[in-house]
Design a protein around this ligand. Structure first.
Ligand code: G3P
Length: 217
């Protein structure tokens, strides 16, 4: 399973990268705005800065909602680096844009996915990644994990190459459950990734080992 970090914050990306487990980065307009990035040049520079930190794929989202605009923006983003994955919303024109980029060999991440039907369309169009938002489904009183399981099952049945990228992850338990149902990728905030490190018995055990090690000095 690949680990992506879901942020546009450069120091958090560096921290996850330094841990040695990072396979890529996902961003969206909300995450970019949170970093105070403004204007075309600053946005493009920021994506390049992210690409300079990580080895893997970096999702950069288009903001146009018409086909022509999505293609123009996507091509500009893809020209920044081979690591760039053009992130496209699951709307009618988005499906057409995914098909366009897929035929040109440009990687895509279909975002804002909330149903198996949408997942089928994105895979048929040739999306590289599919981003179901599990936390936001949980927020509605339904289980986001059920959707991941359903899509993993459908994609396996038909050998679709689209990778299931579980997004809108809020906790370490989300990550573990995504691993259990076979998500290809998770993208999570730094704190959810780092929380996987923690266990009180590890801390207690280490304190005891270190105390006993002193007896041997
Ligand atoms: O990857 C999608 C993510 O950024 C959305 O997360 O917590 O706003 O639902 P959230």
């Amino acid at each position: 399973m690949k680990f992506f970090i879901d942020t546009a914050n450069l120091s958090q990306i560096k921290e996850a990268h330094d841990l040695g487990i990072l396979d890529g980065v996902t961003t969206n307009p909300s995450l970019m705005a949170k970093e105070g990035i403004k204007g075309y040049d600053a946005i493009m520079r920021h994506y390049v800065d992210i690409c300079n930190i990580v080895e893997g794929d970096v999702s950069a989202e288009v903001v146009a909602t018409d086909l022509e605009g999505m293609i123009r923006e996507g091509e500009e983003l893809a020209a920044l680096s081979e690591k760039i994955v053009v992130k496209i919303p699951m709307i009618k024109e988005g499906v057409k844009a995914i098909r366009y980029f897929s035929q040109k060999g440009i990687k895509t991440n279909c975002t804002l996915v909330f149903s198996a039907g949408q997942a089928l369309l994105a895979a048929k169009a040739g999306a590289t990644y599919l981003s179901p938002f599990i936390g936001r489904i949980d927020d509605t009183g339904h289980d986001g994990l059920d959707l991941i399981e359903q899509i993993v099952d459908i994609y396996a049945t038909y050998n679709f190459e689209t990778q299931v990228l579980a997004a809108s992850i809020r906790s370490p338990l989300h990550i573990i459950k995504c691993a259990q149902v076979g998500a290809d990728v998770i993208t999570a905030p730094l704190d959810a990734i780092m929380a996987l490190l923690n266990h009180p018995l590890t801390d207690i055990g280490l304190a005891k080992f270190l105390a006993d090690a002193k007896k041997m000095a």
